[in-house]
Design a protein around this ligand. Structure first.
Ligand code: APR
Length: 174
């Protein structure tokens, strides 16, 4: 049975097996949590992302997909990069955001990760409403089977996002 929790904090300090990065399709870094993860992981993370672009994802990582690298100077073992839907580009279909969580869980399960931390994907620069992100994230994790993953932790940077996730967690599963 997977336990699901929401905490306030900085995902770069999480001591879980894998943390998820709210990346963009280039996989070459950015601001927000992407910038924080690259800064904390060190330059080898960008080299690993460039390798992903040269090999598996030459045209970039599509919205809703996920791909893993080592975590280098971070306290976790892997970084799972996913690309959230961008509301400013009209990418507002919930299924796109659901896919970020379910594909990241699939990748984590494939790696043998037992614990994973997610940020509030798309709730920052990509303009999605916090309550919608929380509802979609919790529903996706509750309903998606990820063999071997027994802890999912949502790590929220501020109290507003934490409140949104606490509220979504308090609602009974559909
Ligand atoms: N730990 C946890 N959460 C964080 C951290 C952190 N260190 N830094 C930021 N956040 C939160 C933001 O406050 C927001 O709630 O992560 C959430 C997602 O915000 P963004 O990082 O802006 O991600 P997103 O909305 O998916 O936009 C992705 O922004 O940084 C660029 O390269 C990235 O182009 C991509 C876009």
């Amino acid at each position: 049975m997977t336990s699901i929790e929401a905490v306030q904090g900085d995902i770069t300090t999480e001591r879980v097996d894998a943390i998820v990065n709210a990346a963009n399709s280039t996989l070459l870094g950015g601001g927000g949590v992407d910038g924080a993860i690259h800064a904390a992981a060190g330059p080898r993370l960008l080299e690993a992302c460039r390798r992903l672009r040269r090999t598996d994802w030459p045209d970039g990582l599509p919205v809703g997909e996920a791909a893993a690298t080592d975590a280098f100077d971070l306290p976790c073992r892997w970084v799972i990069h996913t690309v959230g839907p961008n509301a400013h580009r009209g990418q507002t279909a919930p299924a796109l955001l659901t896919s970020c969580f379910t594909r990241s869980l699939d990748v984590a399960s494939g790696l043998g990760a037992a614990s994973i931390a997610f940020p509030a994907i798309s709730a920052g620069a990509y303009g999605w409403d916090a309550a919608d992100v929380a509802r979609i994230a919790i529903e996706a994790v509750r309903s998606h089977l990820a063999p071997g993953v027994d802890l999912v932790r949502f790590v929220l940077f501020g109290s507003r996002l934490l409140d949104a996730f606490d509220h979504a967690l308090s609602r009974p599963a559909d």
